[in-house]
Ligand binder design. Structure first.
Ligand SMILES: [Zn+2]
Length: 104
């Protein structure tokens, strides 16, 4: 696997983790509250589950935000909030990446 494709795969993985954490935060917390309702453990369980998912979302968000484009070494998502392509050089994060140019 070429180096650019490896780095883009890492980027896509963390982007997906962030999206899944964002989507599952409220349902997982509500499900935990519902399942443990009426017991002494309800509040700590909700805090642990909600806090863990929020921590995963935060880590994924900052990893995606700080990701450097493997082609131009600029911030990948600074101007382009969707994060589907490099804000500077347009390298697509999804689909087939263009071939690395060989020196010479
Ligand atoms: Zn770029």
């Amino acid at each position: 696997m070429p180096e650019i494709e490896k780095q883009l795969a890492w980027y896509r993985t963390w982007q997906r983790r962030g999206i899944y954490a964002f989507i599952s935060l409220v349902p997982a917390t509500a499900l935990t509250l519902w399942a443990s309702g009426g017991t002494v453990l309800a509040a700590p369980l909700v805090i642990v589950v909600g806090g863990s998912i929020f921590a995963l979302f935060s880590v994924a968000y900052f990893k995606v935000l700080r990701f450097r484009c493997p082609r131009c070494a600029e911030c990948f998502t600074t101007k382009n909030r969707s994060g589907r392509s490099c804000a500077n050089c347009g390298l697509p994060a999804y689909g087939s990446a263009p071939k690395e140019s060989k020196p010479g």
